[in-house]
Design a protein around this ligand. Sequence first.
Ligand code: ADP
Length: 414
Amino acid sequence: MSDSLSNSTFSDQTTGTHQLTNPTLVLNCGSSSIKYALISEDESTRITGLAENLGLDTARIKHTKLDGKKIEISIPGGRHKLALQKILELLEQYHFIAVGHRGVHGGREYSEAVRVDDHVLSEVKRLKILAPLHNPANALGIEAVQAIYPDIPQVVVFDTAFHQTMPPVAYRYPIPKALYEDEKIRRYGFHGTSHAYVSERGSALTQAKGPHGWLTAHLGNGCSATAVYDGKSLDTSMGLTPLEGLMMGTRSGDVDPGLHIHLKRLLGMSLEEIDKMLNSESGLLGISGLSNDLRTIEQAASEGHADAQLAIDMFCYRVGKYLASLSCAMPVFTGIIFTGGIGENSATTRARILEVMRHFGIKFDAEKNKSLVGGAEGSFQSADSSIELWVIPTDEECRIAQETRQALGLERVE
Ligand code: ADP
């Protein structure tokens, strides 16, 4: 492994067409999975993979090679450390020059990507209290790279960082001041790299004169919406934790804060049981009783399953209601950008959400909307629409690689 920033280029042996020059390794370490991508400095070429089912007998790495061939490596019972060792072995030959980690919770200390040192690593570990599933996995990823390649610079790009531009009216909760000052209880927001990526892309694609005001709707298993004006997050739907805001695959999103005490009194449920119920058993899964996967629910609804239909209706109603309220955060409203697995693929969900926002003068081309699926990028508003409507596939890995290079001074900061 090269520990210098010298120029190193790798081409696919069979075609010679793929150039993987000075690549950055992007690691997204979750509680039971690790997504990775090796991205060339010009962002044109990448190697990707996924380690999944970590800790189980079925633990495995699915790796796509530079020439597009896929391989699978079983690592029965393997956890993060073993998976990372194997991933680093697979990628060693490409001499990556930096590692960028997706960090989930950076608290209020980090407003941009930060180079890893002892203090940053200890902060990632300390903030476990705010992101119990993700921050420990992030720390394991950082330590695994440190152990094998101590000279490779590492950067953490926190999901919360993009939202540090929110004003106090948006990030404070109306609760006693001391809880904010002493305990940092406030709204942080998440999915920052995705909201940053698609809003920047929207501003590059639109003909509208700037500064632009975008509502970005990241609708996947986790869902959040953000008001981005002039490249800055002004408000977002997730809060102290990723539970606040929109209805999601298994998370409830907003509920009455009095629900906890009510369930304790009524059913004797513990805080842990309520937390699990709201995070893992609610949302699309809780209402449909079928699945957290929208495809399954759409299929069931088309066959007359009433709870599946209600799950879709509630999901769209809540997204539309939130987007309408978030529009208050911006001085201008240029358009809505849909992204994430649902936002990029379900034209019917996009249409239903826009129907909920009936007082905004939004008009769209139904056929164009239907055509924007499966990774397509484009706009679908009608000529007489009050705002623009875009589908922009998110690329969090690319954004993390860009921010990693910037944090290390490997390219000019624009
Ligand atoms: P994650 O938040 O885990 O990254 P994704 O962004 O991949 O999740 O989104 C997963 C969601 O996208 C699931 O609810 C899935 O059903 C939905 N989805 C993916 N493809 C389609 C499709 N063709 N039609 C409807 N929903 C889809």
